[in-house]
Design a protein around this ligand. Structure first.
Ligand code: ADP
Ligand code: MG
Length: 735
């Protein structure tokens, strides 16, 4: 008998085992049994032949409809052409010099056909495919009828590899299942009963060889639960452990910089900001590190929440760092914080010894430093010295800060802004920067669907800002057909109108220049041969300046510009010295120019839903209403067009985040660490398994509360260990 960890060679023989290892990376019985079918075919069921893509390696179930042999025109030999169909569509199979196969491939026979899809004269075909015929009902058993014996009514179709046909995998699976000693079930009986989950052994059998769709659904549910549960156990355990780490307490003081700052704040904090402020203040005062996620719509005022937390830490003698995803945003944050703090901050280098040191709270001010990758060497040295000496109480920087030799005197708080993929491993890297684990606040404006929050940020506590500060203006969004001249004229006229009354505009392009490799690092526009190249800032800006926007002051901003120039452009725009800023998505996050009222997004269909929502959050930040024009040549009714219409129809970030999730691969959403875990998340879908994930979460909390280290549940502990191990391995590889 075999167990899940038995090497495949013991069960299948060395040759087959080696082939499975080579083609599919499977080494043990467990690997094979957790290699799930992609789908199931049913005889008579319509396989969707119309969905076949040229170049795909496919396995289809179809019936022979026509057979024809003809001599080749250009060379010697003959060609056997077999037309197979599923009732609606047909597919041509071609076999070179194999006329004898006519005897097998008789009209009316059903079979599985596997090969790579090619196209010839507009017709989809498989050249020389592998095939397995099913027996005719009522006919005496033939050599290949065994296929049904082990396949049953629902024929599993495995992710195919050219040299490893689906039915070979199916046959190996059957052998493995037959020799498998039923594995012990890591899920406690009571938990299974509560959630109506079938046993592990049954689930592993039925996911491969279901006797009915119901059996298959039950198997899937159980195995999906396992995935969600293992993940949640890991995260909840992490959270529980972290809650016990020691941290320096940073209690609030009534006579420090924070109090002075609050007293002079130019506006009233919203109730939400006050509530978040309380949560954070309490966390910081505890002897354990805060791990908190602050979610809030674009413009909900997260920055001031972060600043108040940072000041609380400064007041207690520690340092705080604010990390931004781009240099533009870091520079802007630095400026913004300096403006908010006024003379409560000193932004220059620390004075020489003996003079009043920067950040001495006795002086009622804190040092505020900017550290980015592009700082000139001398300035960088000075900033690093201030950070090491502790005179820079607040440090603003890009993530590069993490990876360069920065030493803090007493790092008490790390704030991470606008980085919704800031996963577990980056948080680990940060922790190493302090002698004691620092408090961590992660901020995001991208609303996160609950399931993603539970998975990606499952080890964080969550605070939300749901209201926007009063006086915020509405944003109207419209989709503009880019190939209709009249509409485009009207678009540029709107920009001119806004500028005429003293406002400013953004024009966003997917690319920097025409060169197809010319992309800003943080952009996602996929290469697509069939469409014209996406519009680039470098071409669009001069065209506008000489054409429809002639006479306006037009500037350019891309990730390619040297940091000081980027900064200069942003400053000029913020100061109103430019009317129109043509930019890539570098302005996606955080850029805050309240006087900007129009945004035109060119080739809008090249952007994701969340990205568009983020972008439009750049307008309507002042007292005048915002206008966002999504220009696209996408055909009406095309999915791209529908996506844009959806963005135009709502400003509900959570609704849009869900829409976005529907359209992206989950690996993208989960980010590095979690995509490493993908090998353990085969079935789980963040979108369709939301309920199951929530159930798994609740169970995980219950189990970990009672038994943090899982000593009572050795099998569960093992599952978790595997997951964490893999996570580690991934992380180390990258580091
Ligand atoms: P986000 O949450 O998108 O990071 P910001 O922190 O950049 O938002 O805030 C957006 C704008 O709202 C800023 O100009 C900020 O000064 C302003 N703001 C923040 N809080 C308030 C408030 N309570 N009342 C009025 N304006 C506010
Ligand atoms: Mg922000």
């Amino acid at each position: 008998m075999a167990t899940l960890s038995t090497p495949l060679g013991k069960v299948l023989g060395d040759k087959t085992a080696a082939a499975l290892t080579e083609t599919l990376g499977l080494a043990t019985v467990g690997d094979l049994l957790y290699h799930f079918p992609r789908r199931y075919a049913e005889r008579g069921e319509h396989t969707d032949l119309s969905a076949l893509q040229v170049g795909d390696q496919v396995t289809v179930l179809a019936q022979v409809q026509r057979v024809n042999v003809r001599p080749m025109r250009q060379r010697r030999g003959n060609l056997l052409e077999v037309t197979v169909g599923d009732g609606q569509r047909t597919l041509t199979l071609t076999f070179f010099n194999q006329a004898w196969r006519q005897r097998q491939l008789t009209v009316g026979r059903w079979g599985l056909f596997a090969g790579k899809v090619t196209e010839f004269r507009g017709k989809r075909q498989l050249n020389g495919p592998d095939f397995q015929l099913l027996s005719d009902p009522g006919e005496a058993a033939e050599d290949n009828t065994e296929i049904e014996e082990f396949l049953g009514a629902l024929i599993p179709v495995y992710p195919a590899a050219a040299t490893m046909p689906s039915w070979t995998v199916a046959r190996c699976v059957r052998v493995a299942l037959d020799t498998l000693e039923p594995p012990p079930d890591p899920l406690p009986e009571s938990l299974r009963a509560d959630h109506e989950l079938v046993g592990l052994a049954a689930a592993l059998h039925d996911i491969h060889r279901p006797s009915s769709w119901q059996a298959r659904a039950a198997a899937r549910k159980r195995l999906t639960f396992d995935e969600a549960f293992a993940l949640q156990l890991t995260l909840v355990q992490r959270k529980a452990r972290a809650a016990d780490w020691p941290a320096v307490q940073r209690p609030r003081r009534t006579d420090g910089v924070l109090a002075a700052f609050d007293a002079r704040l130019p506006y009233q904090l919203t109730d939400g900001q006050l509530a978040v402020g309380e949560e954070v203040a309490e966390d910081l005062a505890r002897p354990h590190p805060m791990h908190r996620l602050l979610q809030g719509e674009v413009g909900s005022g997260k920055t001031v929440c972060a600043l108040r937390a940072m000041l609380q830490v400064v007041d207690s003698g520690g340092q705080a760092v604010l990390l931004a995803p781009t240099e533009v945003l870091a520079a802007q944050h630095h400026r913004g914080l300096a403006a908010l703090l006024g003379d409560l901050a000193r932004t220059g280098p620390a004075p020489a010894d003996g003079e009043l040191p920067l950040g001495d709270e006795a002086a009622g001010a804190t040092g505020l430093a900017l550290l980015t990758g592009s700082l000139p060497a001398a300035a960088r040295r000075r900033v690093l010295a201030d950070i090491a000496a502790g005179t820079a109480g607040i440090v603003v920087g890009t993530h590069a800060l993490l990876y360069q030799g920065v030493e803090f005197a007493d790092l008490g708080l790390i704030v991470v802004d606008e980085q919704h993929r800031f996963g577990v491993e980056q948080r680990d890297a940060l922790r190493d920067k302090a002698t004691q684990p620092p408090h961590v606040l992660v901020m995001t404006a991208t609303p996160i669907p609950r399931t993603v929050a539970m998975t990606v940020f499952g080890d964080l506590s969550v605070s939300s800002l749901t209201e926007l500060p009063r006086g915020r203006s509405p944003i109207a969004t419209h989709v503009v057909p880019g190939n209709r001249e009249r509409w485009m004229e009207r678009t540029w006229a709107r920009v001119r109108e806004e500028v005429a009354v003293g406002h400013q505009a953004y024009v966003v392009c997917p690319r920097i220049g025409v060169d197809p490799t010319d992309e800003d690092a943080d952009e996602g526009a996929p290469a697509d041969d069939e469409r014209r190249p996406p519009l680039g800032v470098a071409e669009v800006a001069p065209q506008l300046a000489d054409g429809p926007l002639a006479g306006l002051r037009v500037g350019q901003l891309t990730g390619r510009l040297p940091a000081d120039q980027k900064d200069a452009v942003m400053r000029a725009f913020a100061a109103g010295e430019l009317d129109v800023l043509v930019a890539t998505t570098v302005i996606e996050v955080g850029v805050d120019v309240p006087n900007a009222t129009v945004m035109v997004v060119l080739d809008a269909d090249r952007f994701g839903v969340s990205q568009l929502h983020q972008l439009r959050g750049r307008v309507g930040r002042g007292s005048a209403p915002g206008l966002c024009l999504l220009v696209s040549e996408a055909a009406p009714e095309s999915p791209a067009h529908e996506r844009l219409t959806a963005v135009a129809s709502t400003v509900d970030g959570f609704r849009l985040a869900e829409l976005d999730l529907e359209q992206r691969r989950e690996g993208d959403v989960l980010g590095a660490a979690q995509s490493g875990r993908r090998s353990h998340l085969r079935l789980l879908s963040l979108l369709s398994d939301a309920k199951l994930i929530a159930e798994a979460r609740d169970e995980a909390v219950r189990v970990i509360e009672a038994d943090r280290e899982l000593t009572e549940h050795p099998l569960l502990a093992e599952t978790v260990a595997v997951l964490v191990d893999e996570d580690r391995a991934e992380y180390l590889e990258k580091g």
